[in-house]
Design a protein around this ligand. Sequence first.
Ligand code: NAP
Length: 284
Amino acid sequence: MKKILLLGDTGKLGTAIKEVFKDGFSICGKNTSNFNAVDFNLLSSLIESDKFDIVINTIAFIGIDQCENDNKTAYILNSLYPKKLAELSKKNDFTLVHFSTDAVFDNFKMDFYNEKDIPSPLNIYGATKYLGDCFIQAYSKKYYIFRIPILFGFTKKKEQFVEKMLLKIENGAKIIKVADDIISSPTYSIDIAYKLLSFLNNNENFGLYHIANKGSVSLHEIMKNIIKNLNLDIDIQPASYKDFPFVAIKNTYTPLNSIKTSLLRHWEDALFDYCERLKKEKLI
Ligand SMILES: NC(=O)c1ccc[n+]([C@@H]2O[C@H](COP(=O)([O-])OP(=O)(O)OC[C@H]3O[C@@H](n4cnc5c(N)ncnc54)[C@H](OP(=O)(O)O)[C@@H]3O)[C@@H](O)[C@H]2O)c1
C-alpha cells in the first residue's frame, strides 16, 4: 500500500483528497493542529521519519488581500516552503504533488489561460505562488504542479468565497450582491481529487498541468446557480468587485484550460452535484 503524506488535510482540497483516497492508500494527514509548515526543521524530520511514496501539499497562505498585507508570511509559505519540499523530494525520492493558482496570470488575455501562457502575477499571492512553482520545477525531479482556479467543495472553514456567501445567507441575509466582473472557471474539489488519483494511478508524465471544470463564469453567476440549486429564496444582485473593500489588484479574468490533459466535466454539472450533497448531508 502506497504511503502518502497529506500536508493540509483539513482544508477544502485536503478534505476532498482524504475522501477520494480513503481506500488503497495509507494517509498521514497534517494541519495546524499537529504541524507547522514554516518550521523547516520539523518538515525535514517529518519527511525523514518515514518512507513516503507521495507527498501531497495543499498548504499555502491563501487570500489575495491577506498576502498583500503580510507579504513575509506569503513568501515563506508560498515560495520558500515549496522550495524546501522540492529539495526534500529530490533527496528522499518521493513524488511531490503541489497546487498552484490561476492568480499567477494577469487579466489581459481575455480568454482561457493554458500551460503555455507565461505567468505575469498582479499581486503578492500570485507572485509568491509563481515563485513556489519555479522552485519546484528547478529543484524536484518527480513533481506534479496543478494550477487550479476558484474552488467549491466541502470545508469547515468560512473564509473562502462560496462559504462566505452561504454564511451570510445562514445568518439571515435576504439580498446578496456579488461581483459580476470577476470571471473564473469554478472547479469542484472532489473532481480535482479524482483527477489527481487518475494521474497517480496512470503514472502520467511529471510536470505542470492546469486542472479545471469546463467553462467560465462570473462570481455572480456561480452564486446564482447555487441559490437556484438549493431552492433558496434570496435576491441575488450583480455588483462590481470595486463596490467592496479590497487591498490588492484583483484577478478579474483568469479562467483556465489545458493543452496537456483533458478538462473536467462542465462546472454547472459539478456545481449541481455539490449542491445536491449539501442538501443531502444537511450541510446548509
Ligand atoms: N481555494 C481556492 O479557491 C483555490 C484556488 C486556487 C488555488 N488554490 C490552491 O489550492 C491549495 C489548497 O487550497 P485550500 O482551499 O484547500 O486551502 P485551505 O482550505 O485554506 O486549507 C489549507 C490547509 O493547510 C493547513 N495549513 C495552513 N497553514 C498551515 C501551517 N502554517 N502549518 C500547517 N498547516 C497549515 C490548514 O490547516 P488548518 O485546517 O488547521 O488551518 C488546512 O489543512 C493551495 O495551494 C491554494 O493556493 C486554492
